[in-house]
Design a protein around this ligand. Structure first.
Ligand SMILES: [Zn+2]
Ligand SMILES: [Zn+2]
Ligand SMILES: [Zn+2]
Length: 309
């Protein structure tokens, strides 16, 4: 109950006026040729581009080398793509039509299938960073796909949590339990449920769970994906109605490409309202100052109010 004052962190990403935005129509020559696109060449709706500054690149499989007693290294092979999901420099997911939400998700599905068919890519992390506070370096709305030659620890941890849970699928069980309780639910549609999870590590954290149990995102039908895309947009609308233009990270979690077992793909939405500080870094223990029930109630109250759409 300590007094708080979530300084609305300005999400503005300053741009250098002398350098044209590399993602805007007209700047196509600045970037490498697209890997995928929708719409026409001179009237595109979405484009997937190779990242000019990739964190992961190359076709080698993961090979770990020991260079010394504590010096273990591996090549950062894999792929790093930029997903420019709108030609507009300012129109973010929050303003997407239903059709654009569907386009976004179906494009992701295609890219993930392609990554799955690439020998050295074992897991693909899809993210959207919005706002300087959340790590965005370019203002133009975009996402990123990072194809990794290994399965990262966070995913292995989640896989273990699915295995440990004895009552079937932990996310299917969560949907069922949360719909009965109602306390932490933002909204539920035929295709997705948005909740402030019971285990929220930070204020106003949102989890978007597809209603249909699928391990990998591309296992879902295009119709189901369209519905999940709308749920992502609507969750962002709820957040924006409460905090104005808030910085956020969207994190897509899907099972590693060639793993079969217990998993249920989902999306985390982390608004950037607080800072992970010394205690959290020192202990890994998160102190959440807004209980998820309160967060959900506040978000439901502002909901998709008339003036927001
Ligand atoms: Zn732009
Ligand atoms: Zn499930
Ligand atoms: Zn997850």
């Amino acid at each position: 109950m300590r007094p708080t004052d979530f300084a609305t962190r300005t999400p503005t990403v300053e741009s250098d006026p002398s350098r044209p935005c590399p993602f805007c129509p007209g700047s196509e020559e600045i970037s490498l040729p697209p890997i995928d696109s929708t719409g026409n060449e001179d009237d595109w709706r979405m484009r997937v581009l190779p990242n000019l500054y990739p964190a992961f690149a190359g076709e080698d499989s993961l090979a770990v080398r020991n260079l010394g007693p504590v010096h273990v290294m591996a090549e950062a092979s894999g792929t790093h793509e930029v997903f420019v999901f709108t030609p507009s420099h300012t129109r973010n997911i929050i303003e997407f039509s239903d059709a654009t939400c569907a386009d976004m998700m179906v494009t992701l599905k295609k890219r993930l299938l392609d990554h799955a068919a690439t020998d050295n890519i074992r897991y693909t992390q899809v993210i959207v960073n919005h706002g300087r506070e959340a790590g965005a370096s370019l203002a133009h709305p975009h996402g990123q796909l990072l194809g990794l030659p290994f399965v990262p620890g966070e995913i292995l941890d989640e896989e273990r949590a699915f295995v440990r849970f004895e009552g079937g699928c932990i996310l299917c069980a969560t949907v069922e339990a949360e719909l009965v309780s109602g306390e932490r639910v933002l909204f539920a549609t035929e295709d997705a449920v948005a909740i402030c999870p019971w285990w929220s590590g930070g204020p106003y954290e949102i989890l978007i769970i597809p209603r249909h149990h699928d391990m990998h995102l591309p296992d879902s039908t295009d119709e189901q994906l369209a519905g999940v895309g709308r749920a992502i947009r609507d969750s962002l609308v709820y957040l924006n109605n409460l905090f104005d233009d808030v910085s956020f990270n969207l994190v897509f979690h899907t099972a590693p490409h060639h793993h079969n077992g217990a998993y249920h793909w989902h999306i985390h939405l982390f608004p950037k309202l607080t800072t992970v500080a010394g205690f959290e870094r020192g202990t890994g223990v998160m102190i959440n100052i807004v209980p998820p029930e309160q967060a959900a109630a506040e978000l439901r109250r502002v909901g998709t109010s008339a003036e927001s759409r």
